[in-house]
Ligand binder design. Structure first.
Ligand code: AMP
Length: 408
C-alpha cells in the first residue's frame, strides 16, 4: 500500500487531474503533475508541476523518480512516456489498458474478441477499404480516425456511398474505423474501479445527453430495467479483468430501443459498447457529491493499492457541463490578457466570467471551475452538479441554472 505522505504522479494536467488532486490531498497525498502546459488546471492545485513535452524522456524520468506511483488523466499519453514511468514506479492502470483505449480499432476488436456486443465495424486503411466497408455495413455509417479523436473530432458521418471519397479526404486519409450508425434510444455509461486484489466496485449507470458530440448533461442513477444494469455490470467486469486494470475505468454504451441478439453469452441485449476510458470520466463527475466515494477518490485508492471504496449513491444527481460558449463573447479569446490588464479592479475581473449569482445562491447547486485561462467555444471550463430527491428534479435544477447563465 502506498500510504499518505507519498506522492501520486499524474501524466496530463487537465480537469481530471485537478479533481484527482483535490480528492487526494485531504488524505495527505502529495501530487506531482507532468504536461507541456504551465499553470495548468492540475498544476494550480499540485505540489509540483513538471512542464515538458511528453517525448522529453529525460524530463519524464525525473518526474517518475520524484513520485511513488504514476497514473494518467487522459488516454493519449504516448506509450513510450508511460513505459518510461512504468520502468521506475508502478503505472496504474497499466500500459495494456492504454494501448487498447488509444486506438478505436483495437478497442472494438477487443470488444469483439471478448464477446462484448458493439456496433458493426470495419478497419479502413484506404479508400478501397472504405468502399468495401460501406458495402458490408451499409449507410448511414460513421468514419472515425483510429487515434486521437475525442468529443466528435475526426469523425464524418456518411449517408450515401457516393460520399466515401470526400469523407476519406476529410479525415486526412489516415487509419480509420468505419462504424454502422446506431439509432440508439439513450446513451449510458458505467464507471467502475478495480483494486490491486482484483475487487471491483461499480457505480450505478449514468444517463448521458450529448450536444454537438460533447457530453452535455449526465443524470444518475439512470432509469433502466434491472437486467440491463446486471448485464452492464457483468460486461464492465469483463473489460476491467481482461485489461487487468488497477484503477478507474468508464464504459460508454448505446442503449437500443429493444433487446437484440448479441454475442454476450448468447443473451439478448439492449447494450452496445461504444468506448472505454481507463480513467475517471466526465459523466462520473456527479459522484463527487452524490456518492460515498467519488470516482476521483476511487482512482486515488486503487492506484495507491488501497481497497475500493463504497459506490452507493447518497442521493440522485445531475451534472451539466459549462463550455466556453457560456463566457461573455468579447472575453473568450483573451480572458488572460483581460485579467492581467484589470488586475487592480475586482469588478472587471468578475466581468470576464458568466454571472454566477444564480448558481451560487441556489441551495442545491455546486459549482466546479477548472481554472482554464481562455474560454474557447466547445472547451470544458467547469460543471454544475445538483442533488435532489429524484434524478428528474436534479436534472431540472442543473439545466435551469445553466440557462440562466447565458450571457449575450
Ligand atoms: P465517440 O467519440 O465515438 O464517443 O462519439 C461521440 C458521440 O457521437 C457519441 O457519444 C454518440 O452520440 C455519437 N456516435 C458516435 N458513434 C456513433 C455510432 N456508431 N452511431 C450513432 N452515434 C454515434
Amino acid at each position: 500500500m502506498i500510504l499518505p505522505g507519498a506522492t501520486i504522479g499524474i501524466l496530463g494536467s487537465g480537469q481530471l487531474g485537478r479533481m484527482l488532486a483535490l480528492a487526494a490531498r485531504p488524505f495527505g497525498y502529495r501530487i506531482h503533475v507532468f504536461s507541456p502546459e504551465a499553470n495548468s488546471p492540475t498544476g494550480q492545485v499540485a505540489d509540483r508541476e513538471f512542464v515538458a513535452a511528453y517525448d522529453d524522456l529525460d524530463a519524464v524520468r525525473e518526474f517518475a523518480h520524484s513520485v511513488d506511483v504514476v497514473t494518467y488523466e487522459f488516454e493519449n499519453v504516448p506509450l513510450a512516456t508511460a513505459e518510461v514511468c512504468a520502468a521506475i514506479v508502478p503505472l496504474r492502470p497499466g500500459a495494456q489498458a492504454l494501448r487498447v483505449a488509444q486506438n478505436r480499432l483495437r478497442e472494438k476488436t477487443f470488444f469483439a474478441d471478448n464477446g462484448l456486443p458493439t456496433v458493426p465495424f470495419a478497419a479502413v486503411h484506404s479508400l478501397a477499404d472504405l468502399q468495401t466497408g460501406l458495402a458490408e455495413i451499409g449507410c448511414p455509417a460513421v468514419l472515425k480516425t483510429a487515434v486521437s479523436g475525442y468529443d466528435g473530432k475526426g469523425q464524418v458521418k456518411i449517408n450515401h456511398p457516393d460520399e466515401a471519397a470526400a469523407a476519406w479526404q476529410e479525415v486526412g486519409e489516415v487509419d480509420c474505423i468505419l462504424e454502422g450508425w446506431v439509432e440508439f434510444e439513450r446513451e449510458v455509461s458505467m464507471v467502475a474501479a478495480r483494486d490491486v486484489n482484483g475487487r471491483i466496485a461499480h457505480y450505478n449507470l449514468i444517463e448521458n445527453d450529448h450536444a454537438n458530440h460533447i457530453l452535455d448533461v449526465s443524470v444518475a442513477p439512470a432509469s433502466v430495467p434491472p437486467q440491463v444494469l446486471a448485464q452492464a455490470e457483468a460486461m464492465v467486469q469483463t473489460v476491467l479483468t481482461e485489461l487487468d486494470v488497477v484503477g478507474v475505468l468508464c464504459v460508454e454504451f448505446f442503449l437500443t430501443p429493444t433487446p437484440g441478439p448479441s454475442p454476450w453469452n448468447g443473451e439478448e441485449s439492449w447494450l452496445l459498447l461504444n468506448e472505454i476510458a481507463p480513467r475517471p470520466h466526465n459523466s462520473g463527475h456527479l459522484t463527487i457529491e452524490a456518492c460515498v466515494t467519488s470516482q476521483f477518490e476511487q482512482q486515488m485508492r486503487t492506484v495507491c493499492g488501497l481497497p475500493v471504496g463504497d459506490t452507493t449513491y447518497l442521493r440522485p444527481a445531475a451534472m451539466a457541463n459549462l463550455l466556453g460558449d457560456l463566457w461573455p463573447k468579447n472575453q473568450r479569446k483573451d480572458a488572460k490578457a483581460q485579467r492581467e490588464k484589470s488586475v487592480s479592479s475586482a469588478k472587471s475581473v468578475a466581468k470576464s466570467f458568466p454571472d454566477w449569482t444564480a448558481v451560487l445562491t441556489h441551495p442545491h447547486l455546486k459549482l466546479h471551475l477548472y481554472g482554464k485561462e481562455s474560454a474557447r467555444p466547445g472547451r470544458k471550463m467547469g460543471h454544475l452538479t445538483a442533488l435532489a430527491s429524484s434524478a428528474a428534479e436534479a436534472e431540472k435544477i442543473v439545466r435551469g441554472a445553466r440557462e440562466r447563465l447565458v450571457v449575450e
